[in-house]
Design a protein around this ligand. Structure first.
Ligand SMILES: *Cc1c(COP(=O)(O)O)cnc(C)c1O
Length: 458
C-alpha cells in the first residue's frame, strides 16, 4: 500500500500542476476516445511503468473541476480538509449500516444530522440520513410521504390516484421519483412560477383543491431552495400554510442552496423551513465537499423507519437501532459520506461554513455588478442568487459555451428560463476569488474578439 500511496502522491502532483497550467483539459472527441487513451482491458497485466503513464494521460485529459476556469456545474473547487476526510473514508472502508462495522463513524454521521435538525428548528423527534445524492434524497422524502399518507402502499402497492406538486423550475428528479414510487409521472402537477422563478402559492392552492374535488389524493409538495437554473428560493412560509390547510407533506429541496442555513445573513431565504416535513441539502454543492455528500432530514424519525427499515438477522446483531443506520437508509452497504463533511466542519467551525456560503453570494453580486456596468451584456438573474445568467452581445449562449470549451478557455454551461436561453455561470466553485470572476469576463471578451463568433451567429 505504501508504494501505491507514493504513486498516488505523484499522480496528485500531476493533477494539481495540470489544474494550474492547463485548467481546461483539451477535450477528446468521443469518436477518438478509445484510440487516444489506453482504456482497453486485456488478458495480461500492464507493467508498472506503463500503468503510471496511462493513468497520467487519463488525468491530463479529464475535465478539471478544481480549477478556477470551472464554472460549469453546481459544484467545483476543492477544500483540502474535506478531501482529506474522503480519502480517509476510502482507506477505512466501513459500511455505514451497523455500529458493529462502522463504530465512531456512526457517531460522526449522527452528530452532523442532529446539528442540522437543530439548526433548522426541527423538534427532538427529528432525524435523517445520508443519501447517494440530492435526487435520492428527494426520492426518500417522497417515499416517506407516500407511506405516511397511504400506509397500505408499502405492502399492497397503490390502488388510488395520489398527486404531487412541484414548480416548473424545480429539479427533474421529482418527476422521475414519482415513477419510482409507483405514483406515476402523470400525477405530478407542475406549479407556475413568478418572473423570478419562485413557485406561486396561489396556483398551488388552486391545483390541490381541484384534485381533491376530483376525488384524487394530494400528498406531497416539493419546494426548492435554489432552483437549478436561476437559483430561486420558493417562499417556504407561504407554501407551508397551503400544505397545512390540505394536510400534505412539505419537502424542501435544498440540494443546491439549502446550505444558506449556515449563514446568518442568508438563512432568511428559507424562512419557515421549520414548517417543512423534510429538508435535503447537498454538502458537495455550496459547502464544497467532494461528491457526493447529500443529507436528508425529517421531522419525525418514525417516518424513516416506516419506509426504510427491514428486519435482517444476518446484519443487525448488536446494539440498539438508533446506532444501526441501515434501518433508516436507502441502501444496504453504504459508503461513509459523513466523514468529509465532519473533517471540514470540525476544522473551520460554523463560522467557517458560514463564510464559505457568504463568499459565493459576494462573488455573484460582483459578477452581476460587472454585467450591469458593461453594455455588451444582458443580465437575467436576480439578487440573492449564486447563478449568474447572462448573454454577451448577440452571441447565442450555446455557441459561446461550446466554443469556450472546445478552445480550452473556460468551462461554463447554459440554461433557459421561460423562452430565454442564456449563459449560466455559477460562483459555487470554492477556489474562486474576485480576480477569477473578472478574469472570466475578460476571457469571454478577448476570446470573442479573436474569433468570428459574432459574424457567424443566429
Ligand atoms: C443538484 C440538484 C439536485 C440533484 O442532486 P444530485 O446530487 O445531483 O442528485 C436536486 N435538486 C436540486 C435543486 C439540485 O440543484
Amino acid at each position: 500500500m505504501l508504494k501505491d500511496l507514493q504513486l498516488f502522491n505523484e499522480l496528485v502532483e500531476v493533477l494539481i500542476s495540470e489544474e494550474q497550467n492547463n485548467p481546461v483539459a483539451t477535450p477528446i472527441n468521443t469518436t477518438e476516445l478509445f484510440d487516444t487513451l489506453n482504456l482497453q482491458l486485456n488478458d495480461d497485466p500492464i507493467v508498472d511503468k506503463d500503468f503510471k503513464k496511462t493513468v497520467t494521460d487519463i488525468i491530463k485529459s479529464t475535465p478539471k473541476t478544481a480549477s478556477t476556469s470551472f464554472f460549469n456545474q453546481l459544484f467545483g473547487g476543492r477544500i483540502s480538509r474535506a478531501t482529506l476526510g474522503d480519502l480517509l473514508a476510502v482507506m477505512l472502508n466501513n459500511s455505514m449500516y451497523t455500529y458493529k462495522v462502522a463504530g465512531p463513524q456512526v457517531g460522526i454521521e449522527k452528530v452532523i444530522l442532529h446539528k442540522i435538525c437543530e439548526m433548522i428548528n426541527y423538534p427532538k423527534s427529528a432525524d435523517g440520513t445520508f443519501a447517494p445524492g440530492g435526487s435520492m434524497s428527494n426520492y426518500m422524502a417522497v417515499l416517506m410521504a407516500r407511506d405516511k399518507y397511504n400506509p397500505a402502499a408499502r405492502n399492497k402497492g397503490i390502488s388510488n390516484t395520489m398527486t404531487l406538486y412541484t414548480s416548473e423550475e424545480s429539479h427533474y428528479s421529482i418527476t422521475k421519483n414519482a415513477s419510482f414510487i409507483g405514483v406515476g409521472r402523470d400525477q405530478v402537477r407542475t406549479i407556475k412560477t413568478n418572473d423570478r422563478g419562485e413557485m406561486l402559492a396561489e396556483d398551488l392552492d388552486t391545483q390541490i383543491s381541484k384534485d381533491i374535488e376530483n376525488g384524487l389524493q394530494p400528498f406531497f409538495v416539493n419546494a426548492t431552495a435554489g432552483t437549478t437554473v436561476l437559483g430561486a428560493f420558493d417562499d417556504v412560509e407561504k407554501i407551508s400554510i397551503i400544505c397545512r390547510k390540505h394536510d400534505v407533506w412539505l419537502h424542501l429541496d435544498g440540494a443546491y442552496c439549502g446550505a444558506v442555513i449556515f449563514s446568518t445573513q442568508y438563512k432568511s431565504l428559507v424562512k419557515g423551513i421549520e414548517h417543512s416535513d423534510s429538508f435535503s441539502v447537498n454538502a458537495h454543492k455550496m459547502l464544497g465537499t467532494p461528491l457526493s455528500c447529500s443529507i436528508i432530514v425529517t421531522k419525525n424519525k418514525n417516518n424513516l423507519y416506516q419506509s426504510f427499515s427491514n428486519e435482517a438477522e444476518y446484519l443487525y446483531q448488536t446494539n440498539d437501532d438508533d446506532f444501526n443506520l441501515g434501518k433508516t437508509s436507502l441502501q444496504c452497504g453504504r459508503r461513509n459520506d459523513a466523514l468529509k463533511l465532519w473533517t471540514l466542519w470540525k476544522s473551520v467551525g460554523n463560522i467557517g461554513l458560514e463564510s464559505i456560503v457568504n463568499h459565493q453570494f459576494k462573488l455573484a453580486a460582483l459578477a452581476r455588478k460587472y454585467i450591469n456596468n458593461h453594455a455588451d451584456y444582458t443580465l437575467y438573474s436576480f439578487e440573492n442568487s449564486i447563478s449568474v445568467c447572462f448573454n454577451y452581445k448577440t452571441i447565442s449562449a450555446k455557441t459561446l459555451c461550446t466554443s469556450l470549451y472546445e478552445d480550452s478557455k473556460l468551462m461554463v454551461g447554459f440554461g433557459k428560463f421561460r423562452n430565454q436561453d442564456f449563459v449560466r455561470m455559477v460562483t459555487i466553485n470554492t477556489l474562486l476569488q474576485e480576480a477569477d470572476i473578472l478574469n472570466f469576463f475578460k476571457t469571454i471578451e478577448s476570446f470573442t474578439s479573436s474569433t468570428d463568433l459574432l459574424t457567424h451567429n443566429r
